[in-house]
Write a protein that binds this ligand. Structure first.
Ligand SMILES: [Zn+2]
Ligand SMILES: [Zn+2]
Length: 240
């Protein structure tokens, strides 16, 4: 039965698209407030991409220049969007820095689609944030998505890693400096509920919002490898 009670409320207080601000139509309103036009602007990476980091490539080569010169511990990264895309940057900014938590539903839906397609049944480990950063941001942007992946999409989530200390802002740092900066900051969660066993140790999927230089994934992968995980891949919303 249609919920007619909501109808007049929507007319009086129409919902607006979180990106462009335009009023949403009935067909737009799903779990997250993004209008059809803006959704259409979020272009999923298609065509050739680097087999290691997932960066879109113009030429049909196997690996990008950065991956040719950097030896990663994880096997590969897969990103849905390019961070060079203005609309993608905007939606991630709205979520992370304008605290539009409602967008977690959008990211969870997209990430779940990739996980089910490429890594069905494999344990997903969210990349951890330190306490100070969480406090500053006001919410756990990765944790919110991970929670929905588990509750709504039935993905197996294990908070296997924790970030013990706050590291320097990474934005202006190169890969090597980032690796140095992150060294020793990530450790295993000793809570038995988040331990891996048997088959689970064969492959783990790391999950984060943006893949930039790969330094965070690298540090997480090194910790996982040292603790018996045989192979590590990662899935992120966007690649920079
Ligand atoms: Zn819009
Ligand atoms: Zn690459």
């Amino acid at each position: 039965m249609k919920n007619y009670f909501n109808y007049p409320v929507n007319i009086l207080f129409p919902e607006h698209c979180i990106i462009c601000g335009n009023e949403l139509c009935f067909t737009d309103i799903k779990d997250y407030p993004i209008c059809g036009t803006c959704l259409g602007k979020l272009k999923i990476i298609s065509g050739s991409r680097c087999t290691r980091c997932g960066l879109p490539l113009i030429e049909d080569v196997k690996e990008c220049i950065r991956c040719k010169t950097t030896g990663f511990t994880f096997s590969c990264n897969y990103s849905i969007y390019s961070y060079h895309d203005w609309a993608v940057k905007e939606v991630l900014y709205m979520y992370k820095f304008r605290k539009k938590k409602i967008l977690s539903g959008f990211f969870a839906e997209k990430i779940a689609g990739i996980l089910n397609l490429k890594y069905a049944g494999i344990v997903v480990v969210p990349v951890p944030s330190d306490r100070k950063s969480l406090k500053k941001r006001g919410f756990d942007h990765i944790g919110e998505i991970a929670d929905l992946l588990e509750r709504k999409h039935g993905i197996k989530i294990k908070h296997l890693l924790k970030k013990r200390i706050k590291t320097r802002e990474q934005k202006s740092l190169e890969y090597k400096e980032r690796i140095e900066n992150l060294k020793g900051s990530i450790s295993m969660n000793t809570d038995p509920a988040h331990m891996l066993s048997g088959q689970e140790l064969e492959l783990v999927v790391l999950f984060d919002d943006i893949f930039t230089t790969g330094a965070t994934m690298e540090e997480c992968s090194r910790v996982l490898k040292r603790n018996g995980v045989k192979d590590i891949v990662s899935v992120t919303v966007a690649v920079d």
